[in-house]
Write a protein that binds this ligand. Structure first.
Ligand code: C5P
Length: 302
């Protein structure tokens, strides 16, 4: 997350995330699943602009007319949560330039929510501490707190964390080297809740110890072999096209290919930025005219 001021405006760039490992350990009494997941932020950003609104109302506009900008949008929910927390009718005129595909397993809505908490804390001069903001973040969604890990001085090469609980307990890691990816986002989204409802519990959960070691060592080959996502089989049953795109990526020979989060985006983990370019070009053979997938070449980042 990158924040800067431009005159009276506060601008925040909110990155997407990719899950390199995701195991669902058990279903909890509150309906959520106990998770173990390795997430990295990647260089695909939404941009948010916050401007004081003296009328005292919360207003959001977006460059994508199909996206809801009403009270259900996580940016508005973050603003309302802050207003309730401080007990003041503070106003904001917010604008969102949406670049991260939605319902795609890339955490775009969560990253926007984290950016709104940080941006409005500055705009409204609330002076809330990081821990307080992270606690509010967890109320908005399981993977919102992850996006605060960017402030960790320990991770020099990008925002990478091992997340547990329902995803909200965040332990920053240090990557051994930057990671290059190709993201393929099909022209349909998947509902996180529906994918979780369809998972089949594993008799033996997969351990994340090796994938963590490989990430910290910067061993891309080993990381590629250890990619794991418990949600993938359920998502591929719901939308078999997801499996087709994953298989096409794998056939192009990257270190690994998998779905991120609850889908629908699949990604190739590549050995270099040159390989990422080659893999992205290799997809051209499969791209139909019209509503094909969106393809992004990205790198681990803040
Ligand atoms: O926390 P968030 O609102 O992003 O989660 C969306 C939905 O995904 C939840 O309502 C739940 O159905 C499912 N989920 C889950 N276990 C988690 C995280 C999310 O079952 N750890």
């Amino acid at each position: 997350m990158i924040l800067r001021r431009r005159g009276a405006d506060v601008l925040v760039r909110a990155p997407a995330k990719v899950n390199l490992f995701l195991e669902a350990l058990r279903r909890r009494a509150d309906g959520y699943h106990e998770l173990a997941t390795l997430m990295t932020a990647v260089s695909l950003y939404d941009t948010l602009r916050f401007r004081d609104d003296p009328s005292g109302s919360v207003r959001l506009r977006c460059d994508r007319p199909d996206l809801s900008t009403g009270p259900d949008n996580l940016i508005c929910r973050a603003a309302e949560l802050l207003r309730r927390r401080v007990g003041r009718d503070l106003g904001v005129d917010a604008f969102l330039w949406k670049r991260i595909p939605t319902a795609a397993g890339l955490g775009g809505g969560s990253s926007d929510a984290a950016a709104a908490l940080v941006g409005l804390n500055v705009l409204w001069r609330l002076g809330l501490g990081r821990d307080e903001l992270i606690a509010l973040a967890a109320e908005l969604g399981s993977d919102v707190p992850f996006f605060f890990g960017a402030c960790s001085p320990r991770s020099r090469l990008g925002l990478v964390s091992w997340c547990t609980g329902r995803g909200e307990m965040v332990e920053p890691l240090t990557l051994g080297r930057p990671l290059d990816f190709v993201l393929v986002s099909p022209p349909f989204g998947l509902s996180t809740a529906e994918v979780f409802r369809n998972i089949v519990a594993a008799p033996e959960p997969v351990s994340g110890a090796e994938v963590r070691r490989a990430a910290e060592a910067g061993d891309v080959e080993e990381l590629g072999r250890r990619l794991h996502n418990r949600l993938q089989a359920a998502a591929e049953r719901l939308r078999p096209e997801t499996a087709e795109w994953r298989e096409r990526l794998a056939a192009l020979g990257p270190a690994g290919a998998m779905m991120t989060g609850s889908g629908s985006t699949v990604f190739a983990l590549c050995r270099s930025s040159e390989e990422a370019l080659r893999v992205a070009r290799g997809l051209n053979a499969f791209r139909e005219k019209g509503a094909g997938p969106r393809v992004h070449i990205v790198r681990s980042c803040f």
